[in-house]
Design a binder for this molecule. Structure first.
Ligand code: HEM
Length: 462
């Protein structure tokens, strides 16, 4: 710790970090619910690296220094639980990887890790390219699509195939609607006092949630039962999870319920995020024809018109930089919340036990200290040299530490392969006048979808 920090601690010991003076009442909490990104950005710009917000019965701390984020996610991670939204998330995801804590999480992570091993994930590359190719073949020049819906359907089909070896694209629209309903009703009451109670009452949103969950459950249990019956290793994620034995721990495997929870978790975590990343990327490319042209040139020279495979990824560095820059401006997972188990020191302040700590990708990724002229879309920020010049946790779309996204390799591979396959044939242009705005529910979605016109490229057709 530096002397400056020590001095600061000596003078500020016991004093709160800066933030709105009065306890933010429920009404303002609702305002935060409506315009969270603006509220959080205001907190960072007005109050600095640690902002304290007494909100209803809780006290929130927004950490905007990459070293503090490292502390929460990595160095001092044992002192943090996932906290608030967890109980509610569990009503959908049970005790899957995303929602379990402590020993149970460690065991499930050990069991699931082999399914995400680099070699295993590489085998999914061919599925990603062939599904993207089949999808692009269904588009027609001059038609209008909702790029968000298209990307959701495509990534859902890919996770269905790689996870369950199942062709669920036919069911995709219905499952997609069930997922949207589940996520939206999650959001309902999230920032209100008594949010957990609201969920137990028969509000229309709660009832819709239960119905959507039952729909998803039925699909997943059917797929698990089919697999248990056939007993074969189909080379997909579900086989890996079914066959997994906890050799480092109790030697056992997963029950049907655990399988259901993990499958549901990967199902949800594994498609909506990537779909959002791709949607925002198509939008940004449509606004930056120079970047788009450079990406097209790279794709054409690396692939010469054939479909991309995993082996082509090293030849597509600019495409990956485009995706990285897009996830900087529009991080699909836009905030990570944790609840402190015990009190801890941060920036010279003592943060009490039970506080809620927020590490917000959206605000960090737009901090001019790390990303000068932050609103500008510029993939050059992600050359290896540029990346090395910034603190690691100035950019953390996949989180960090022991709970880092288990699907990170999967997501990068899927993102680059889908971009390359689709951009080989098409360029997408925003429908004139279509409003573009963010909708931060659990993930960062485009509020009004993304209506785009499909245009054929002159070259590079596969
Ligand atoms: C662009 C795409 C993606 C983004 C931005 C993303 C982001 C994240 C983030 C930030 C976390 C950590 C949450 C926290 O610490 O509270 C996480 C966890 C997780 N992600 Fe992803 N993810 C993506 C794609 C995927 C994919 C493709 C899969 C699976 C196929 C996946 C499965 C998971 C799981 C299971 C966890 C929980 C890990 C644990 O707690 O041990 N994600 N993701």
């Amino acid at each position: 710790m530096t002397n400056a920090t020590n001095d600061r601690r000596a003078t500020t010991e016991g004093i709160h970090p800066p933030g709105p003076r009065r306890r933010v009442p429920a009404l303002d909490a609702l305002r935060m619910g409506r315009d969270r990104l603006a509220f959080l950005t205001m907190l960072r710009t007005q109050y600095g690296d640690i902002a304290r917000v007494p909100l209803g019965a809780e006290t929130l701390y927004l950490f905007s220094d990459p070293e503090l984020v490292r502390d929460v996610l990595v160095t001092n991670h044992r002192n943090f639980h996932k906290g608030r939204g967890l109980e509610r998330a569990k009503t959908l995801l049970g005790d899957g990887l995303l929602t379990s804590e402590g020993e149970l999480h460690l065991r499930q992570r050990r069991l699931a890790q082999p399914a995400f091993h680099r070699h295993r994930v590489a085998a999914y590359g061919a599925t990603m390219a062939s599904y993207a190719a089949a999808h692009r073949d269904r588009w027609h020049a001059g038609t209008t699509i909702d790029a968000h819906q298209e990307m959701m359907a495509l990534t859902l089909a890919i996770v269905g195939k790689t996870l369950f070896d199942a062709d669920i694209e036919d069911e995709a629209a219905e499952i997609g609607a069930a997922i949207t309903t589940t996520f939206e009703s999650f959001n309902f009451g999230f920032y209100m006092p008594f949010g957990a109670l609201i969920e137990r009452l028969p509000f229309p949103a709660t009832l819709r949630f239960r119905k959507a969950r039952a729909r998803l459950d039925a699909t997943i249990y059917r797929l698990i039962a089919e697999r248990r019956r056939s007993g074969t290793d189909r080379g997909d994620l579900l086989s890996m999870l079914l066959l997994a034995q906890d050799t480092e721990g109790d030697g056992g495997g997963m029950t049907d319920l655990q399988l259901r929870d993990e499958a549901m978790t990967i199902f949800l975590a594994g498609h909506e995020t990537t779909a959002n990343a791709l949607t925002w990327t198509w939008y940004l490319l449509s606004q930056h024809p120079d970047v788009e042209a450079r990406m097209h040139a790279e794709i054409d020279s690396a692939l010469g018109g054939r479909l991309p495979s995993v082996d082509d990824l090293p030849g597509l560095p600019y495409t990956r930089m485009v995706l990285a820059e897009s996830m900087r401006l529009y991080p699909p997972a836009w905030i990570i919340g944790r609840r402190a188990v015990g009190p801890f020191e941060a920036g010279g302040y003592t943060i009490p036990a039970r506080s809620i700590v927020l590490c917000c990708q959206y605000t960090m990724h737009r901090d001019p200290r790390w990303f000068p002229d932050p609103e500008r879309f510029d993939p050059e920020r992600f050359t290896p040299e540029q990346q090395a010049s910034r603190p690691k946790f100035s950019y953390f779309p996949f989180g960090g530490g022991p709970r880092v996204c288990i699907g990170e390799q999967f997501a990068w591979m899927e993102g680059v392969i889908l971009l390359a396959t689709i951009a080989q044939r098409w360029r997408l242009r925003l429908v004139p006048g279509h409003p573009v705005a963010t909708r931060p529910i659990i993930t960062l979605r485009p509020r009004y979808g993304m209506r785009m016109i499909v245009g054929r490229r002159e070259t590079g057709d596969g």
